[in-house]
Design a binder for this molecule. Sequence first.
Ligand SMILES: Nc1ncnc2c1ncn2[C@@H]1O[C@H](COP(=O)(O)OP(=O)(O)OP(=O)(O)O)[C@@H](O)[C@H]1O
Ligand SMILES: [Mg+2]
Length: 441
Amino acid sequence: MTPPAGHTVLWHSLFTMTSPSSHTDILAPSPGTLLNIVTQFAADLGTMTDLTTIGNRIIKELCEAGGTTHGALFLLDREHECYRRASMVGPVAPALVPPTLAMDHPLPRHLLATNRIMTQGNAPADLQDTDSEVGARAAMESMQALRIVPHINKGRLIAFSLLGAAQPIPEENSPTRFLLAALAQTATNALDTIVLYEDLHRSHLLMKRTDRLKSLETIAGGFAHEIRNPLTSIKTFIQLAPERKDDPQFIQEFSKVVLDDVYRIERLIQEILDYARYMEPKLTEEDFNDIVASCLYFIDVKADSHGIKIEKELASDLPRVMLDRQQIKQVLLNLFLNAMDSMARAGGRLRVRTYKLVKPGGSIWVNIEIEDTGEGIQETNIEHIFDPFFTTKHESGEHEGTGLGLTIVHQIIQEHHGEIRVKSSIGVGTTFFVSLPALPA
Ligand SMILES: Nc1ncnc2c1ncn2[C@@H]1O[C@H](COP(=O)(O)OP(=O)(O)OP(=O)(O)O)[C@@H](O)[C@H]1O
Ligand SMILES: [Mg+2]
């Protein structure tokens, strides 16, 4: 939806007809107009989900209401204790507007202390001559701002809008101030919601990353085992090279083997780095069996040492899938590690089967079944296993669980538009079923 065009003009013409000193007179002509502008603004912000769009809309609306033409929105970055320039609209001179402003800079301090819109012209009347006031005015001047609107929520300055214009702005009358304040408050509410939402999103990412780093321990075990062979061959070559340096056949053949081994180690290191590093989800067309095999490979050593036999049955006719390779690895590793934990005490069998499934509607899915012969899940616990922090692995067990593994598995599968189910019986074992939509042939 677009904002009502030219509402400032209408607003000003309505109010210049009335006496600015009479509050009743000022509001009398158009409470409806005011309400419309603010309601429309609130409704528009409600449909927006990303910070830049919201920031741009806020600056535009505040400019239109107060006769300025351009500006920037600064948003609180709690982590780095500063205000960060989040969006700029119109002909702002970026050199004048810094990308960040420290939280204890006089400008934000002054805005928070007064909770008032600062306007270039009203300095003398407002001047309290405090340090922060003087500093704030100086900053305002150096940034060529004509107006600064604070956005304060629950006693916290969550953002401020810096507004400017090439021409002097019209002197502020009460209705303009009133409108600006109403719009500022609406903007504050929207910003607060989006910041909360982004915080939540960040915690999710952090959770995923923590979980991923946890399974790195297992991967590192597999890695150490895996590079032993190539390292041995490299070492042998180096030891033999001095005495066989004149044997061209030896040098030629062995250096090829050694080079392949070095490439193999490089590939493994890259896989581990990709896995550990957080990256934005990246969907690529993948061979699902290939990912399953690479995860099984990493848990092989651990399984062996716990007397767990791995059986794999990977379908040869599996269609390709669009997925985030590292995230799906995280899913599989979590499921494999849970299965192994359940068999850690008595050993057992981990059976991993992939197959293609055509659903009644004709859609094609790639499925994986992960079946263990472990201790099983209590019936009363089944409905909680995907809950954050639900764990039965307390310190007494092999390791202390965080209870985040399956929460993350569930989240990743959902993001891939897949499904996950579980079947378990005590003393017999547990099977997890995961389905992912396949790419059309
Ligand atoms: N294959 C399984 N066999 C038996 N119980 C399981 C299995 N998979 C999950 N569970 C149960 O579900 C709970 C939650 O699993 P989840 O992976 O979320 O956390 P966790 O394994 O306890 O902790 P973490 O993953 O941090 O090590 C486990 O504590 C366990 O009780
Ligand atoms: Mg787990």
